[in-house]
Design a protein around this ligand. Sequence first.
Ligand code: AMP
Length: 169
Amino acid sequence: MVSDYKLTHLSAGDLLREEVKERPDSELSKEIQEHMKNGTLVPVTVIVPLLKQKILTTDNSGFLVDGFPREAAQAEVFENEIKNPTHVLFLECADETMMSRLLKRAETSGRVDDNEETIRKRFEVFHNQSEPVVQRYAEMNLVSKIDGNKSVEEAYEQVKSAMDPIFQA
Ligand code: AMP
């Protein structure tokens, strides 16, 4: 997507992990790590400033914001302080498919949250806190649903079908 649509990829989780790597002993990093380990969301006052800082210092007007917003408050603050999304891609996938993919990733990722207990908690957080955000954007007609159960290639074909009309507009 970055090369096809000339976007800058900003992953909320990567930004948090970068913050922890750069300042491992700070209070903020300890707070982030605690949330990651538990599979809960870091506060909106942590994630939005990190994203905002990146957006303001990056020389591109198109951003692929990945793993965000994950709760209603994040969407509200982002829209008030930065902008409304042009479009929303929702990669929908069955919990059990995600579980097996994540446990596979755990073999090499070294991530504190790639274990069965934390993954279950992350699913719960997703269904309770993040799904309502998708619903809100769907009511605004901004969402394209992608079948994330499919292979990378098949899912990307769906992504292109959703993105091409927007980028040709
Ligand atoms: P991810 O890298 O997207 O799998 O996210 C890993 C973890 O980082 C999540 O379980 C949360 O603890 C935290 N995280 C990532 N994105 C967000 C976000 N948008 N809001 C709050 N916490 C987040």
